[in-house]
Design a protein around this ligand. Structure first.
Ligand code: NAD
Length: 437
């Protein structure tokens, strides 16, 4: 089968690479010419474990192509996936500008049947708008060409994206015709060999499933952050509480980790967009508004703990930061807690020296010389008054504490991800604070 994927970002590139790995003929399209030129040279725009090899392999085999012009392949493909960005509008609702631009390009140029599948995260009702935009363009051309729309929200996690796509928990597809259902069944069949996890729904339900899933996960995080903050006040240990409640099979162990707030390109914007969709329909999403509020406060919690450690004055202090990306195994810093912390620290007169295994360039692009960049994790702590652990990369899990003890000016460690042992560190003379203990 031949398909096109419009939008070659985290979702589009992973989708394209994984379909081509299964033998599908894929053309990835993006408006950013430099991104496409780099991809043709083997330079990837993002970091994602396992992706580079997969892209090279399939590009060399001729199953994966890159272009800036969708019309080059439109006559040859049966399916066009739209995986363009849907950033938040000024009021928090999803900006559908790019999704509808793609729809109009298809309507203006298609000459035969095509199935248009929206993979971007879009509010309920978007497929109808996509359909109307295509039809409007066909009407302008005075032609009648059959087409279908479908909704196929993506659930991959950055940092694990290739694995998630190749071995999905489930694939949700919203359709309104048998023809579209058959095409999608055929396309996803190679991913369903061991375990059939393809869920067909109507289109509005598929669109809602994605927002409901992300909002549920964000809710678990904010709930656990609330519980962690209360644990600190009443003398409980959130780690024990987490294990205790996670053992209940109705609750489950996953996504119960407190920390310094959720970030990334999805949770913050999807929670906002769902609140907005509800508002537009006259319904207040009270739980989700609280989820957002807790998260905003939590992003500043490491700063609050630092202030406490230095009697409310961090002016002139040298603060080391381990981790910048919003989570490990990605270079993505969209809505990362590290950005909030950097602002607060710099505004308070502290100097920040940061290290992240992958996201250093992304951070330079975003905050420039507002902070210092370390050559490695130990360089970051040299002469530091305190260390903030912001992202739980594996290489930060077992540092050489002896080196830190010798090279830090004061031995203050603030652990935003609860990965260190309080007793062990206090035994070595560190002042150690984490979340919820
Ligand atoms: N990043 C994730 O982890 C993730 C997971 C699931 C779903 N999603 C959703 O998938 C969508 C894409 O997210 P992303 O993180 O891949 O975004 P991204 O910003 O990494 O990529 C989007 C790409 O679309 C391109 N683009 C925009 N308009 C275009 C057009 N008219 N024609 C061709 N290309 C165009 C941009 O240049 C960009 O390269 C969003 O709706 C997001 O919410 C993202």
């Amino acid at each position: 089968m031949k398909i096109a994927i419009v939008g070659t970002g985290y979702v589009g590139l992973v989708t394209g690479a994984c379909f081509s790995e299964m033998g599908v003929d894929v053309t990835c399209v993006d408006v950013q010419a430099d991104k496409i030129e780099n991809l043709k040279k083997g330079i990837l725009p993002i970091y994602e474990p396992g992706l580079e090899d997969m892209v090279h392999r399939n590009y060399t085999a001729g199953r994966l192509k890159f272009t800036t012009d969708l019309t080059e392949c439109l006559d040859d493909v049966e399916v066009v996936f739209s995986a363009v960005g849907t950033p938040p509008d000024e009021d928090g609702s999803a900006d559908l500008r790019y999704v509808l631009e793609v729809a109009r390009t298809i309507g203006q140029n298609m000459n035969k049947y095509v199935l248009v599948v929206t993979k971007s995260t879009v509010p309920v009702g978007t497929a109808k708008k996509v359909k109307a935009a295509i039809q409007e363009e066909l009407d302008k051309r005075n032609v009648q060409i059959e087409f279908d729309v479908a909704s196929n929200p993506e659930f991959l996690k950055e940092g694990d994206a290739v694995d998630d796509f190749m071995k999905p928990d489930r694939v949700v597809v919203g359709v309104e015709s048998d023809r579209a259902k058959k095409i999608m069944e055929q396309l996803y069949k190679p991913f369903m060999m061991n375990n059939y996890r393809l869920i067909f729904t109507d289109i509005p339900s598929a669109e809602m499933i994605k927002y409901a899933a992300n909002s549920m996960l964000a809710t678990r995080i904010s709930f656990m952050n609330d519980i962690a903050n209360l644990c600190e006040l009443v003398g409980a240990d959130v780690n024990m509480v987490r294990k205790g409640i996670g053992a209940d099979s109705r609750i489950g162990r996953k996504f119960l980790y407190p920390g310094c707030g959720y970030g990334g390109s999805c949770f913050p914007k999807d929670v906002k967009a769902l609140i907005k969709t509800a508002e537009k329909n006259g319904y207040p999403m009270k739980v989700l508004k609280a989820v957002e509020e807790v998260n905003e406060t939590q992003k500043g919690i490491l700063f609050d703990k630092l202030l406490k450690a230095f009697k409310n004055d961090v002016k002139g202090k040298r603060i080391a930061m381990w981790g910048l990306a919003f989570k490990p195994e990605t270079d993505d810093m969209r809505e990362a807690p590290a950005l909030v912390l950097i602002d607060k620290l710099v505004d308070a007169g502290a100097t920040v020296k940061a290290y992240d295994p992958i996201a250093m360039n992304e951070c330079k692009r975003r905050v420039g010389d507002k902070i210092e960049y370390a050559s490695d994790m130990y360089d970051a702590v040299l002469d530091a008054d305190a260390l903030l652990l912001v992202t739980e990369w594996k290489e930060f899990r077992m540092p050489s504490w002896g080196v830190l003890k010798k090279t830090m000016k004061t031995s203050v460690i603030i652990d935003g991800r609860n990965i260190y042992d309080k007793k062990e560190l206090e035994g070595m003379g560190f002042s150690y604070t984490c979340i919820g203990k």
